[in-house]
Design a protein around this ligand. Structure first.
Ligand code: HEC
Ligand code: HEC
Length: 300
């Protein structure tokens, strides 16, 4: 009897050992993924200098970047923070102390961050915005970079990424999904259709403003991207509630958060306060594009 117990004990002991070994291997794999260096051909984007382009850059940055990097682009501490997974600060983008604007050697360094998801050394960034950033046209990205380089310096040293060993194991096991650099297509040049209230421009707006990140690749809803928030997002195709909305009601939902059924969209989950700054023709284009989609059933 005792002997059997002893064998069970040894078996259990070695199982625990095996699990620890597997965990160590996975943490190392995750480290290798996070420390891998990438290289992509330069975009050779030239920055615009005219006032209209800078103003357009400001508009894009307000909607696309300020939510995560702060209204003055000085970076946000503990932008993501979870006791089990660790903490990530978003970067200070300005030329002040601790700012990317001081560290970046060239325009390509910005392109590498936003379009490819890598830092100036070629290492992966943990910036989900790259999924949309990779679709920004050369022109839009040029205007964005020109504007970012023009903002007043903010002195603010941020602390980058601090993942726990558990987060690294989950990363290696694929539970935290792909790194942005592993997920995007890495085009060298990206063109956009001309701005205006068209279906084509609406598709461009949807692809560059994270709608698919939350509402799913087919826009019929999906799991929320933050794995600690367990909700499913609504269907934006004609298979969902929007099929009975008017264009005015769509504008009201994205500008005030109020839907026709009287529901108030939670700005912490659905960033309508950022989207409320879209120009009229941008919102109209998105509306036209959503209406042109095939009718799909709500993702469950
Ligand atoms: C969803 C949140 C989010 C959005 C939106 C976002 N960023 Fe970031 N950004 C981050 C985080 C978090 C980091 C730090 C990532 C890391 O340390 O791995 C970062 C880092 C950066 C860096 C620093 C790269 C480096 O090498 O240190 C640059 C440059 C940058 N972002 C530019 C932008 C621009 C320009 C936009 C708008 C087009 C933007 N970001 C939108 C969250 C965001
Ligand atoms: C960060 C995640 C996230 C992003 C990005 C996002 N949404 Fe949402 N959206 C949500 C969530 C969550 C809800 C439900 C919110 C609630 O009920 O409070 C929602 C609700 C909506 C609704 C209301 C739908 C209904 O049936 O009531 C519309 C319309 C909408 N989003 C459009 C968009 C568009 C267009 C974009 C891109 C420009 C977008 N969303 C980007 C998360 C997101």
């Amino acid at each position: 009897m005792k002997k059997v117990l002893k064998w069970i004990g040894i078996a259990l002991g070695s199982l625990v050992g095996l699990i620890l070994l597997a965990a160590a291997v996975m943490a190392l794999t995750a480290n290798a993924r996070l420390n891998k260096t990438y290289d992509f051909p330069p975009s050779d984007i030239t920055l615009p200098t005219d006032q209209a382009s800078l103003e357009f850059g400001r508009h894009r940055v307000e909607v696309l970047c300020a939510g995560c990097h702060g209204p003055d682009l000085g970076g946000i501490e503990a932008w993501f923070s979870n006791p089990a997974l660790g903490r990530i600060d978003s970067a200070n983008l300005t030329s002040g102390e601790g700012g990317f604007g001081r560290e970046a050697a060239s325009v390509e360094d910005y392109v590498r961050a936003v379009r490819h998801g890598i830092d100036p050394e070629g290492k992966p960034l943990f910036m989900p915005a790259v999924i949309s950033g990779a679709n920004l046209s050369d022109e839009d990205l040029g205007a964005i970079i020109a504007y970012v380089q023009s903002v007043p310096p903010v002195d603010h040293v941020t602390h980058g990424r601090n993942f726990t060993p558990l987060a690294k194991i989950m990363l290696a096991a694929g539970i935290l999904g792909q790194l942005p650099v592993e997920a995007v297509s890495h085009e060298v040049h990206v063109a956009a259709s001309a701005p205006g209230a068209t279906v084509e421009y609406g598709e461009y707006m949807v692809n560059t403003n994270d709608c698919r990140v939350c509402h799913g690749p087919e826009l019929n809803g999906g799991p929320y991207p933050d794995p600690t928030i367990k909700i499913v997002t609504p269907n934006l195709t004609p298979g969902g509630e929007l099929v009975s909305w008017t264009e005015d009601q769509f504008f009201a939902a994205l500008r005030t958060g109020a839907t026709p059924s009287g529901h108030a969209l939670d700005p912490a989950l659905m960033p309508w306060k950022d989207y409320s700054k879209f120009y009229d023709d941008e919102l109209q284009a998105i509306w036209l594009y959503l209406q042109s989609l095939p009718k799909l059933e709500q993702y469950k």
